[in-house]
Write a protein that binds this ligand. Sequence first.
Ligand SMILES: *[C@@H]1O[C@H](CO)[C@@H](O)[C@H](O)[C@H]1NC(C)=O
Ligand SMILES: *[C@@H]1O[C@H](CO)[C@@H](O)[C@H](O)[C@H]1NC(C)=O
Ligand SMILES: *[C@@H]1O[C@H](CO)[C@@H](O)[C@H](O)[C@H]1NC(C)=O
Ligand SMILES: *[C@@H]1O[C@H](CO)[C@@H](O)[C@H](O)[C@H]1NC(C)=O
Ligand SMILES: *[C@@H]1O[C@H](CO)[C@@H](O)[C@H](O)[C@H]1NC(C)=O
Ligand SMILES: *[C@@H]1O[C@H](CO)[C@@H](O)[C@H](O)[C@H]1NC(C)=O
Ligand SMILES: *[C@@H]1O[C@H](CO)[C@@H](O)[C@H](O)[C@H]1NC(C)=O
Ligand SMILES: *[C@@H]1O[C@H](CO)[C@@H](O)[C@H](O)[C@H]1NC(C)=O
Ligand SMILES: *[C@@H]1O[C@H](CO)[C@@H](O)[C@H](O)[C@H]1NC(C)=O
Ligand SMILES: *[C@@H]1O[C@H](CO)[C@@H](O)[C@H](O)[C@H]1NC(C)=O
Ligand SMILES: *[C@@H]1O[C@H](CO)[C@@H](O)[C@H](O)[C@H]1NC(C)=O
Length: 475
Amino acid sequence: MRRSASLFQVLLVFTTVVETQWSTVSGIYCKEMSPNVYRPHSVTITEFGAVGDGVTLNTKAFQNAIFYLNSFADKGGAQLFVPAGKWLTGSFGLISHLTLSLDKDAVIIGSLDSSDWPVVDPLPSYGRGRELPGKRHQSLIFGSHLTDVIITGANGTIDGQGATWWGWFHNHTLNYTRPHLVELMYSTNVVISNLTFKNSPFWNIHPVYCSQVLVQHVTILAPLNSPNTDGIDPDSSTNVCINHCYVRNGDDVIVIKSGWDEYGISLAQPSSNISISNITGETRGGAGIAFGSEMSGGISEVRAEGLRIVNSLHGIRIKTAPGRGGYVKNVYIADVSMENVSMAIRITGNYGEHPDDKYDRNALPMISNITIKDVVGINIGVAGILEGIQGDNFSSICLSNVSLSVQSLHPWNCSLIEGYSNSVIPESCEQLRSNCRQTPVCYDGSTSSAMRVQAPRHKSSTSQFLSPFLKLASF
Ligand SMILES: *[C@@H]1O[C@H](CO)[C@@H](O)[C@H](O)[C@H]1NC(C)=O
Ligand SMILES: *[C@@H]1O[C@H](CO)[C@@H](O)[C@H](O)[C@H]1NC(C)=O
Ligand SMILES: *[C@@H]1O[C@H](CO)[C@@H](O)[C@H](O)[C@H]1NC(C)=O
Ligand SMILES: *[C@@H]1O[C@H](CO)[C@@H](O)[C@H](O)[C@H]1NC(C)=O
Ligand SMILES: *[C@@H]1O[C@H](CO)[C@@H](O)[C@H](O)[C@H]1NC(C)=O
Ligand SMILES: *[C@@H]1O[C@H](CO)[C@@H](O)[C@H](O)[C@H]1NC(C)=O
Ligand SMILES: *[C@@H]1O[C@H](CO)[C@@H](O)[C@H](O)[C@H]1NC(C)=O
Ligand SMILES: *[C@@H]1O[C@H](CO)[C@@H](O)[C@H](O)[C@H]1NC(C)=O
Ligand SMILES: *[C@@H]1O[C@H](CO)[C@@H](O)[C@H](O)[C@H]1NC(C)=O
Ligand SMILES: *[C@@H]1O[C@H](CO)[C@@H](O)[C@H](O)[C@H]1NC(C)=O
Ligand SMILES: *[C@@H]1O[C@H](CO)[C@@H](O)[C@H](O)[C@H]1NC(C)=O
């Protein structure tokens, strides 16, 4: 008894040291990104003839203002200010070294006329529009090959009036894939902060082929039954930080992607170095944090901490399928609370959904080094369904300190996965119960190393302290 007490103390001390080290390792790229940049020039949208009456279409005013501000790009950049009012507009494009800044009572409203959202080529890593083949509607606010772009406001609003688009979706009268509220492509040093996004036709915030992206203090709202209204979708992007956000929507709260089947495989643009913290989410149709299902360019080095997921279908989810190829690896998710969640953790190897029938059925995804720890859940339906792919076991799936109050009599259902578990309530599935002959390794969230977990009977007295996955009971 005395011995386990002292071991426990040492373990606590070690854990503290490790946490400190993690917090310095994680999100280096977050600290390098500044949400505020001083712009020596500023104009107001009304100077370009915009009318904030909610009726006048202001697309030309936005386009003209931004065209004008282009001449300041090499003079420290410029700000376009949107004052209080309701500013109806179609899609407009941003430029580099620009701050788009909304007043707290400014609402940018997406036009209800689909012809105000031009059609553009599909993304190379998707091969087609995500929901329909062929081209797709341009996003309300878009940009390509930009650097140093800030979209912010004192919690001003960007409202996509999605209900009309969801209607077209439900009655099958769309001609092209629905648009996002914001999409930036091939861009770097992007900040999206202090705004409320409402009623997106499709996904809300979509950085694709980007690096150095900061999304913070953002509220995203869409009806719980709205189709495909994902919150934030980092896609084939690196060094992305997402923090202090509240999302209540119809699909995934935060979902990391990297292209679709053969198109994503051939472009091979991974998402990596993604840091997520302090997110509250509520989604009826999706997950609090998800990976895929488009993950063909690979997803790795993801840390998510401080997630609160309520009244949702799924808590944590990985979605993939034969044909995707790619990988999801080195994912560390910790400090998660869930309440009223139908399924806490779900890994799906047979998600389906292919861009066309040209995908390679032998292109199997590699799913490995997934650590989920420090999870508390109350009023959970099922703890987890964790399914790999025949001939393609998902490996090093680690669950530690997971405590769920579950209604189902069959809390876990695992197949074709391998990994480890420690302090999981209700007791995890057999596939995750550590085999004493192995020397398991669980990904620990630092960028280049994992924590070695040694079988208790082989351990020296010091190496025991190196693992948060140890069962104290085994001492
Ligand atoms: C921003 O506005 C949304 C929607 O009105 C609100 O729910 C949220 O609390 C506001 N956030 C802040 C920080 O004021
Ligand atoms: C389809 O939905 C749109 C948008 O909600 C609506 O305007 C239109 O009347 C609907 N058409 C049919 C045939 O239901
Ligand atoms: C789809 O195309 C048809 C024919 O051009 C057009 O009448 C309809 O409004 C379009 N639907 C949408 C949602 O833009
Ligand atoms: C953004 O919102 C956060 C939290 O409400 C606040 O602390 C910060 O000052 C805001 N930033 C700006 C630039 O308004
Ligand atoms: C977490 O984010 C919310 C906004 O969603 C903010 O109100 C709160 O202060 C943040 N908490 C911490 C500990 O940063
Ligand atoms: C990821 O971050 C590490 C530092 O934390 C850096 O060395 C590495 O180059 C980054 N990877 C990418 C793809 O930017
Ligand atoms: C969870 O569901 C219960 C019963 O419906 C409700 O009282 C509670 O407020 C919900 N929790 C959250 C965080 O919404
Ligand atoms: C287990 O997880 C809970 C919830 O995150 C946390 O409060 C607790 O400190 C963790 N316990 C250990 C031993 O790490
Ligand atoms: C577990 O899932 C398999 C399908 O993957 C299903 O056939 C089986 O009935 C499930 N078992 C339980 C106990 O739910
Ligand atoms: C795959 O994992 C299962 C446990 O889920 C295990 O029984 C089986 O031997 C593994 N297959 C291979 C080829 O390693
Ligand atoms: C999993 O993590 C371990 C330890 O860092 C590492 O050696 C291994 O290469 C990782 N696996 C993959 C598939 O990256």
